[in-house]
Design a protein around this ligand. Structure first.
Ligand SMILES: [Zn+2]
Length: 130
């Protein structure tokens, strides 16, 4: 773990269980487009059920929107800094490429951030398999 124990970034960056930070959160890898960022039913390590209610992850769309806007701003700034002549069309194309390439990762990040808003870290889970 890069960050201190219990820090939510230990769950968000590697996309792991928000409670134990060990179990997998997604059924497949982020870029497996056939099962586009499908969340597991429960953690295979601590047994946490990832869905509090049906359609629980619809709310992650708000997080994905914020991440997408932040990424567009960052992409625009990078485009502005590396280009001697700023072009709106070139910047738009650059943003489209970046959002297309990072779209699945943004989707997965938005779901794990959303889950971390509702679940907190527990060092010793009651059903922790060690
Ligand atoms: Zn877990």
């Amino acid at each position: 773990m890069i960050f201190s124990k219990g820090n939510k970034l230990n769950s968000i960056i590697p996309i792991r269980c928000p409670r134990c930070h060990k179990g997998k959160f997604l059924k497949t890898s982020v870029y497996d487009l056939s099962r586009f960022t499908t969340v597991r039913n429960q953690c295979d390590c601590c047994g946490l059920k990832y869905r509090l209610e049906p359609s629980f992850y619809f709310g992650s769309m708000y997080v994905a929107y914020g991440l997408g806007v932040a990424l567009m701003v960052i992409t625009t700034l990078i485009s502005y800094l590396i280009s001697s002549t700023f072009s709106f069309l070139a910047t738009f194309v650059f943003i489209c490429i970046v959002l297309t390439l990072l779209g699945p990762y943004i989707n997965a990040l938005s779901k794990i951030i959303w889950a971390n808003m509702f679940f907190s870290y527990q060092e010793n889970c009651s059903t922790d398999k060690k």
